[in-house]
Design a protein around this ligand. Structure first.
Ligand SMILES: CC(C)(COP(=O)(O)OP(=O)(O)OC[C@H]1O[C@@H](n2cnc3c(N)ncnc32)[C@H](O)[C@@H]1OP(=O)(O)O)[C@@H](O)C(=O)NCCC(=O)NCCS
Length: 223
């Protein structure tokens, strides 16, 4: 396994400042991303169960059974980890990013992502990575890393485009991004993105309620 560099190097005032290449390249597509809480566990489960066997293999490193997926969703530590999602107009989770932080870990976090096939190729995976990098940075973490199969062309493209350092070993790839320290702008970016995602969710929710009321004369239980 390749070793992840000592993140403290990034704090060395004499070293070259770290930049996040993709973020400096406008324009990026607007994707309403919002943090996901435990109240969305059922939607998370539906999202992961909708992944094909091949996609489960790419996402988890093995062809996770439905049972394993249930256990994974139950084990998500909301509050410690961060989950971001993209909802479609039916309030289904089209895409999910998981930033996993080991207990006691203050330096690095692991990024995992999945986008349902109908949402792919629209830049959602790329935007979720950028959002995860801002979140990790704002938490004071120094490195965001991810593991994937070396055959995962889409994920490798996202990693390279974000300026990650990529190591291939056998059939597996590990990639990491050294994060700059947080600043006013990075917190503002996160705030604006969260608000945009929240407003998008409320609007979709209101539209859905209104449509059902119009068609059936009553509103469904709020998701
Ligand atoms: C990997 C994944 C998250 C990408 O999501 P996405 O929303 O389609 O990603 P984006 O649209 O931001 O970018 C994907 C890029 O890879 C390209 N791409 C797609 N398939 C590719 C392939 N086989 N080889 C090379 N590039 C590929 C796309 O054309 C796109 O590039 P572009 O923006 O220049 O057109 C999605 O395919 C997925 O959920 N796969 C299954 C789970 C998985 O692999 N998770 C990653 C493990 S951590």
């Amino acid at each position: 396994m390749p070793t992840i560099p000592d993140p403290s190097r990034a704090k060395d005032p004499g070293s070259t400042p770290v930049v996040l290449p993709y973020f400096n390249q406008a324009p990026a597509p607007i994707v309403p991303i919002r943090p996901i809480g435990p109240e969305h566990r059922a939607q998370l489960l539906r999202h992961f169960l909708a992944l094909s066997t091949d996609d489960r293999y790419l996402r988890f490193g093995y062809a996770a059974s439905d049972e394993r997926i249930r256990a994974y969703v139950d084990s998500i530590r909301f509050g410690q980890d961060e989950i971001f999602g993209v909802f479609n107009r039916k309030l289904e989770l089209l895409a999910v990013a998981h930033i996993a932080i080991e207990p006691g870990q203050t330096e690095r976090a692991e990024f995992g992502v999945s986008v349902l096939p109908r949402g792919r190729g629209l830049g959602i995976g790329t935007r979720l990575f950028a959002r995860a990098a801002v979140d990790a940075r704002n938490r004071g973490l120094r490195v965001l890393y991810m593991q994937c199969l070396s055959s995962n062309g889409a994920m490798l493209k996202i990693a390279r485009r974000a300026g990650m350092t990529v190591h291939n070993e056998g059939g597996e790839t590990e990639a990491y991004l050294e994060l700059p320290e947080d600043n006013y702008q990075s917190h503002l970016d996160a705030l604006v993105e969260n608000q945009t995602g929240q407003i998008d969710y409320w609007l979709k929710s209101a539209m859905r309620q209104w449509r059902c009321f119009w068609l059936f004369g009553r509103c469904p239980k709020t998701v």
